[in-house]
Design a protein around this ligand. Sequence first.
Ligand SMILES: [Fe+2]
Length: 578
Amino acid sequence: MNIVGINAYHGDSSACLIKDGVVVAAVEEERFTRIKHWAGLPLKAIVYCLEEGGLKATDIDCFSVNINPNASIAKKIGYVLTGGIALESLVKKVKDREKKVNLLEDLKRGLNLENHDVEIEFVDHHIAHLYSSLITTSHEETLFACIDGFGDFKSAIWGFSRGFEIEIDKTIYFPHSLGIFYQAVTQFIGFNSYGDEYKVMGLAPYGRYNYPEEMAELVSVNEEGEFRLDTSYFTHTTKDFKYTWKGGKPDVSSLYSKRMLDLMGENRSEKEELTQRHKDIAHSAQKKYEEVFLGIVNSLYKKYGASHLCLSGGCAMNSVANGKVRENTKIKSVTIQPAAGDAGGSVGAAYYTYVKSANKKLLVDTPYLGPRFTMEQIETLLSTHKSELIADLCEIELLMDDQLIKSVVSGLLEGKVVGWFQGRMEWGPRALGNRSILADPRRTDMKDILNSKIKRRESFRPFAPSILREHVSDWFDQDDDVPYMMKVYKIRESKRADIPAVTHVDGTGRLQTVSKEMNEKYYKLIQAFYEKTSVPILLNTSFNENEPIVCTPKQALDCFLRTKMDILVLENYIVRRP
Ligand SMILES: [Fe+2]
């Protein structure tokens, strides 16, 4: 059976393919359209998945989608009758629903399947989130929490699952949402692009907990973790609120109301300087999120007693909060799939459909589910651009793995910035050693070098460490697997000065643990760096320059030529600037 999973007409549109019980491919549409968080129909992603699986569109048995237009209907009607939502908003929701119902026609048209019989299954949004995390754990029994902005009129479910028996303990319905709370504060601080929440997370450690009462006004919570927003501080129930994706770019109108300004003072505009007040607001919002989130986890543990937890939904991207679970609850291990947000819903929906028909467990234990390219393709690319590279005084060499690693390490030791491109592209928003920019974490000036040469991002944002798995406990205060960079842990105090470029202001790092089994070439590279420096860590940031992560060798080369990157590795080719 060939199932194509889809997240469509929503931010981080994506597709995946389960072919005969194997997740063959998964990819976000933004990597092809080159528009961050692209929303719309993921046709290019579907075409790629089919190619990877050696299939034609006519081989698709079923589309599985991570929304269900018929979900929560009674709740929706009830909410409208109580006057909780503006009529205009309701009309828009009905139109959105129609669009979702027409999805099969759109897919058939886009893939030339008009005369072909193919089924479509609509999976409740949060069930798709849940299945997207269940597919990445081998635990038979697990607690789960799926928390996001909204989907199918809900913003969270949590509970317990044993095999495929799922017990939902609590559901949070519209208009209450932790995702909306965090997004509104993100906008309030002047980060207005879709998906900017991680900036608040990065800014928070610079602030103090100076707004506890204000945060408690915005979000209240009971003993069982059920939370509520005071909607008078928000706009998402009013007619003014808009979520659009013109040309594929998702755009969310202002989520905070005038009343929030009365509560917390002036909002910040995008260009305005960041002051201590903004940092304190970021800190307070992060703290509030953690308090509610950890409350949910603790209440789950109290009820079911299981010590493993699966997290999913956009809020599961809050790696700082995720990193606090083991320290603040009785949970021993936490699984979060690489695309924890809505992109991951495509895998979750497809897995749900698969389980229904096959009743079998699948396990995905790799993030490398995207496009790959051959040496021939890279050779052709480099020869096409040879004159440009020579004019730039670049040297091009083809090396065996060992020589390549040696050469890259000596570049890193000289303070060079390396674009590292190999194998299949990562699934999810984190670069995990196949589309990464790498640098020496020991240098105090490396953050500035990276920002001046390539990234040009806000100076408060930290860079991440990739660390050999067996060295984690020597460098971090938790000994844990973090293969997809989804948790932030404290770096041991004695080690912080050794790796200043990846140590955040509060002494933490958003680590990626690297094992030989998961990524042998990347593992060997870090190991070679370790042999020279006694530091088993590299600075790893995504291979891009204010755009979606590069997918093709051509995009990697363009990024190299556009920026001041020193070294570019394309599989076994190495290109060096003088
Ligand atoms: Fe979601």
